[in-house]
Design a protein around this ligand. Structure first.
Ligand SMILES: [Zn+2]
Length: 295
């Protein structure tokens, strides 16, 4: 049975209003808008055990019809991994010793990291099909964060979560846990999520739909300082800002971290963003959705 989310996963406030209701692959998906901070989150949603079961087996079946990596998904992942490694170089991440990719999927990002930085790499992947696929390539992949914490793994100086944070029931505590236990004091956290103001977003597996503002606030509340934040469409679109990428590091000044800035005019921004997307799709169909990565 689904559970109702009583407190906003970002600010903890209990007041919210309906934001969106739709069907997604036979699931009823309802998203709410926090009246206090402007976060959009799914409620009711699957419970913890339901989510565990969902990711272990059903997630890939619902999304791509099979548990095993599909050709199209692998080509998106490869292009995304290349784009991310290029971005790390551009923002002057010159050295990485140990990299942890959470939601490592087929392992393509950690392979590219290994190649680019000659670093040690570890992944976390709950989906059986993808984890086994990556392990067969000789990569070290854990099933979840508990397993990494229980292992003898030393800490990491780069932790990436590419299209992961929006799937977590309690992203704030997850980030706090990473900061406390797994990231070096000078380490970097890399996050990419769908952009509420351009991406469809409201899928059964997306428990939270972030904007730049709410993502930055979430990271800040967990004690990180954002160094870099962009919206972009890569690798799927040249023009539609489907995704938000963020690079952050643990903050020194924690008092600074307490200042909370709410997101405003969320409905208007969503509506405008989706209209903008439609216009781009009409005017520039070739650049709007790049042929090889079309959904
Ligand atoms: Zn809130």
């Amino acid at each position: 049975m689904p559970e109702t989310v009583t407190h906003c996963p970002l600010c903890g406030n209990q007041q919210n209003v309906i934001f969106d209701q739709r069907e997604f692959h036979g699931y009823r998906v309802e998203n709410r808008l926090c009246s206090h901070c402007g976060l959009v989150y799914q409620s009711p949603r699957m419970t913890g055990p339901e989510l565990d079961e969902f990711y272990q087996v059903r997630y890939r079946e619902v999304y791509q019809g099979s548990q095993e990596p599909s050709k199209k998904d692998l080509s998106v992942q490869e292009a995304r991994a290349e784009m991310l490694v290029k971005l790390f170089k551009e923002v002057d991440i010159t050295a990485v010793n140990r990299c942890l990719d959470i939601g490592s999927s087929s392992g393509l990002l950690i392979e590219k990291m290994q190649e680019a930085y000659r670093c040690q790499v570890v992944g976390i992947e709950p989906g059986d099909g993808y984890r086994i696929f990556a392990e067969r390539k000789g990569l070290k992949i854990y099933q979840d964060l508990d397993e990494v914490e229980e292992s003898e793994e030393p800490v990491f100086d780069l932790i990436s979560m590419i299209h992961v944070l929006e799937h977590l029931p309690d992203p704030l505590n997850f980030l706090l846990r990473l900061k406390r236990k797994l990231l070096t004091p000078n380490g970097r956290l890399i996050i990419e999520v769908p952009n509420l103001y351009a991406h469809d977003c409201f899928e059964i597996a997306h428990l939270i739909s972030f904007s730049r503002q709410t993502l930055a606030q979430m990271v800040k509340k967990a004690g990180f300082r954002t160094e870099f934040l962009i919206t972009h469409g890569q690798p799927r679109s040249q023009l539609i800002p489907l995704y938000i990428s963020l690079i952050a590091s643990p903050a020194d000044n924690l008092a600074e971290q307490d200042k909370f800035e709410s997101e405003n005019a969320v409905r208007l921004k969503r509506r405008t963003g989706m209209i903008h997307r439609k216009i781009i799709e009409r005017l520039f169909p070739q650049q709007a959705w790049l042929l090889e990565y079309r959904g």
